[in-house]
Design a protein around this ligand. Structure first.
Ligand SMILES: Nc1ncnc2c1ncn2[C@@H]1O[C@H](COP(=O)(O)OP(=O)(O)OP(=O)(O)O)[C@@H](O)[C@H]1O
Ligand SMILES: [Mg+2]
Length: 483
């Protein structure tokens, strides 16, 4: 593509390059740079791409796009914001694929993955649409699964994914939009037919520093949405919607245009009446948990904003098989229950424990750890909530990454100390799971929290295979062999 074509719509401050230069690729990680590329120097969260311009040149970059003009005469283009430029380069390079599809963005601390899966189901079955999905667990083009490294990919990759989805016949895309993605311009230039806000609670303060900043990051989604859909019961609802330039549709249990009444929670799911503008529709979803009512309301409201009648969405929700690693039951041949749940925040731990307490006949046992190189402030809080709401706690490791697992645990324990709730510490997660199963009692519910869909553990920079379903299955097989 000619350089000037690739740069269309980008505010160039200074150009020392031939506009007719032929560009054969775009890269922003110099390790990936190929001959003929336009290398985009991004001032990163951890490092600065301007340092890698010489390496990109060595690798044959035809031109560099940057914020600070490098030494020498080689072709370069200077812009004020190379992250914003990368998003536009992606749209230009891939022919703005999102413009040809109906885009739905879901943001919030918890419930994004669950909501996108349920909404994909509804749009496929009610509109006969082929739907692309982008999120934490995986990306999908209809039923085809694509591996993913992060909840919302970098802007250029994202546009590449949209191109594959559009070429694959997708008419709709539902995607998780993390607060990082909104702040780092990964979704810049995308118009969402509907933007959905699920909830806000403590997380990612290592990046946002304050809850106010975190909230304002989420609010950015509505600035690029045709319609905004939001959880009116959330304490941050007023702040997240205050500058929304689009029409808003709210949902909730206590308030909202679409409300849930006659709510019933049980071990195998939730049911309620969805009430909106004089219409009442019975709803049932086979995923346990009070938060499932909110996730279902979000799906019903977003689908309604896209023209799907409540009754039709409700029919599909009733058939939903749930989401991998979200309140997922792992079958065991004994008289207790094992659940896998992706609770990685204080709020999610509180929600899954409150949910399980709602139907558990025996003890509620929770096994959890905290991620390394992430928001340390939430560690003692998760410890305290676990001690308050569980009958027994197993403190172990999640993804320690480059942090010392014992140190992470030492930051969780102050939350448990001084409470009467018994707990054990076992840094080895496999041993910890086996301990919980060895000490299980009749009617117990054992929650393996934090890994969810993940079938690996990140130790240092290494991803080691660890699938909790396999650990439980191995344990069962061994017990049977020794029986
Ligand atoms: N609406 C909700 N409110 C609060 N907690 C929820 C909600 N939905 C799910 N959860 C809890 O949070 C966990 C994560 O849910 P989910 O994966 O859907 O969230 P997410 O927003 O995609 O998270 P992430 O930011 O890690 O991708 C679930 O396993 C459940 O314990
Ligand atoms: Mg997610």
């Amino acid at each position: 593509m000619k350089l000037n074509e690739l740069l269309s719509g980008i505010d160039v401050l200074e150009s020392a390059a031939d506009p007719a230069l032929e560009i054969t690729g775009v890269s922003y990680d110099s390790r990936q740079t190929k001959p003929g590329d336009l290398f985009v120097a991004i001032t990163g969260y951890e490092t600065d791409g301007h340092r890698f311009i010489p390496m990109a040149r060595e690798k044959g970059a035809a031109c560099v796009l940057c914020q600070r003009k490098p030494e020498g005469e080689d072709p370069c283009v200077v812009v004020s914001d190379s992250r914003a430029a990368l998003a536009r380069l992606g749209r230009n390079w891939f022919g703005d694929p999102a413009a040809s599809m109906t885009m739905v963005g879901v943001t919030g601390t918890n419930g994004k993955t669950t909501t996108t899966y349920l909404l994909k189901d509804v749009l496929e079955k009610c509109l006969g649409a082929k739907v692309g999905l982008i999120g934490t667990n995986q990306n999908m083009i209809g039923d085809e699964v694509l591996h993913t490294e992060r909840t919302t990919p970098e802007s250029f990759e994202l546009q590449g994914l949209f191109r594959a989805m559009a070429d694959g016949g997708c008419t709709h895309v539902v995607m998780e939009v993390s607060s990082h993605a909104l702040c780092l311009q990964r979704v810049a230039g995308i118009r969402f037919a509907a933007g959905l806000f699920t909830n806000l609670s403590q997380d990612h303060l290592d990046f946002h520093e304050t809850m106010e900043n975190y909230c304002d990051a989420k609010a950015l989604l509505f600035r690029q949405s045709e319609q905004g859909v939001y959880n009116a019961d959330d304490p941050w609802a007023a702040r997240v919607t205050k500058d929304a330039p689009c029409p808003l549709l709210s949902f909730g249990e206590k308030s909202g245009d679409l409300r849930a009444e006659n709510i019933r929670l049980s071990v195998d799911g939730v049911s309620f009446d969805a009430v909106c503008a004089g219409e009442t529709v019975p709803v049932r979803v086979g995923i346990p948990g009070g938060f499932t009512v909110y996730n279902a309301l979000g799906v019903l409201a977003a689908a309604k904003a896209l023209g799907v009648p409540l009754r039709d969405s409700a029919r599909v929700l009733a058939e939903s098989r749930g989401v991998k690693g979200r309140v997922e039951v792992v079958p065991v041949p004994w008289d207790y229950t094992v659940l896998i749940d992706y609770a990685v925040t204080p709020d999610a731990i509180e929600n899954v424990l409150t949910t399980v307490r709602g139907f558990a006949k025996g003890r509620v046992v929770i096994l959890f750890g905290c991620g390394g190189d992430r928001d340390r402030g939430k560690r003692p809080k998760m410890g305290r909530i676990a001690a308050q709401l569980a009958d027994f706690v197993v403190v172990t490791s999640d993804n320690p990454r480059t942090e010392d697992p014992e140190f992470i645990i030492s930051e969780i324990l102050p939350g448990l100390e001084g409470t009467s709730t018994p707990y054990v510490v076992e840094p080895d997660r496999v041993k910890a799971i086996r301990y919980a199963l060895d000490h299980a009692q009749p009617d117990d519910v054992i929650i393996l929290a934090g890994k969810g869909h993940e079938t690996y553990q990140i130790v240092g920079h290494e991803k080691r295979h660890l699938d909790e379903r396999e650990v439980v299955a191995d344990y069962i097989a061994e017990r049977k062999r020794n029986a």
